[in-house]
Design a protein around this ligand. Structure first.
Ligand code: BTN
Length: 276
């Protein structure tokens, strides 16, 4: 079922804090909101301003000149086309959220897309948001120490392709990437989608902070959306290639794989690439 014509509705309308928090900040996120027309990277901005921006700060950009992806890759998007946002969380150095942030944000992104369209996105470990077997978004969680009392600044960045047309995806992205405009039939409203994303992130952050049973719930919801479980995966780790069947994720978000040459192995996102 595909609509006969494109119906982009908010192309290039710069967003405001009220778009991101229509009812005002209700949870941990949003007491400080930084809207940038152009910036190098919203993740970098919050990492660099962690000491002053404050816990729960949100950075949004219409355009990034040095958008960061996982494993040092770039994240590119035409001006005004996407959700490019990051949130800052001040955590203790032993906080479990440091290793679970990617899972939380990828799940929140799927849930947000689902509230705004008929699509049911999936997750490809560790950080891809997938629609129709193509990448529609990604999560990059980064942390660094801040001077105060051994705490860490955790920055979770989310990029979601919203208004791109097929011609915007060049090279290998032409067959691997998609946008909500391409893959769904509902008009894409970046502001409403971003608000839903922040609301779902707030929901899971609050649940995990206040109730020990929330993490298993989150993990189950994540596994329910993970496109890899039960399927063959091909990974590169420590200069070696591995193939096997994805079984599960660990507490820390590692992918647990039954290797085809025998044995089970945990793969950490930080030093594993997917080769297919
Ligand atoms: C990936 O799939 O490799 C992760 C992409 C994450 C991109 C987002 S866009 C907003 C935030 N700022 C960045 O520089 N990166 C993240």
């Amino acid at each position: 079922m595909k609509r006969p014509e494109a119906h982009t509705v908010d192309a290039h309308r710069p967003l405001t804090p009220a778009d991101l928090f229509p009812a005002g900040p209700r949870g941990r996120l949003g007491r400080n909101v930084f809207i940038h027309s152009t910036i190098d990277s919203t993740n970098l901005f919050l990492l660099n301003h962690a000491a002053t921006a404050g816990d729960g700060a949100v950075a949004w950009a219409e355009h990034q000149t040095a958008g960061r992806g996982r494993l040092g890759r770039r994240w590119e998007a035409p001006r005004g086309s996407s959700i490019l946002l990051s949130v800052l969380l001040i955590q203790t150095a032993d906080s479990p959220l440091l290793s679970r942030a990617t899972l939380l944000a990828a799940l929140a992104a799927c849930e947000a897309i689902e509230t705004r369209s008929e699509a049911r996105p999936a997750i490809r470990w560790p950080n891809d948001v997938i629609l129709n077997d193509r990448k529609v978004g990604g999560v990059l969680a980064e942390s660094r120490p801040i001077t105060k009392g051994g705490q860490r600044a955790l920055v979770i960045g989310v990029g979601l392709n919203c208004l791109q047309q097929p011609g915007h995806f060049a090279g290998e992205l032409a067959t691997r990437a998609t946008s909500l405009e391409i893959a769904t039939t509902h008009p894409v409203q970046r502001g409403a989608l971003a608000a839903a994303l922040l609301q779902r992130m707030d929901h899971w952050l609050d649940a995990c902070a206040s109730d020990a049973s929330a993490w298993p719930l989150l993990r189950r919801a994540w596994l329910g959306r993970c496109d890899d479980i039960g399927k063959r995966v091909h990974l590169h780790h420590d200069s070696r290639s591995f193939s096997g069947t994805a079984l599960d994720i660990s507490e820390a978000g590692d992918l647990i794989v039954q290797l085809e040459h025998g044995g089970r192995r945990h793969f950490a996102a930080a030093n594993t690439t997917r080769t297919a």
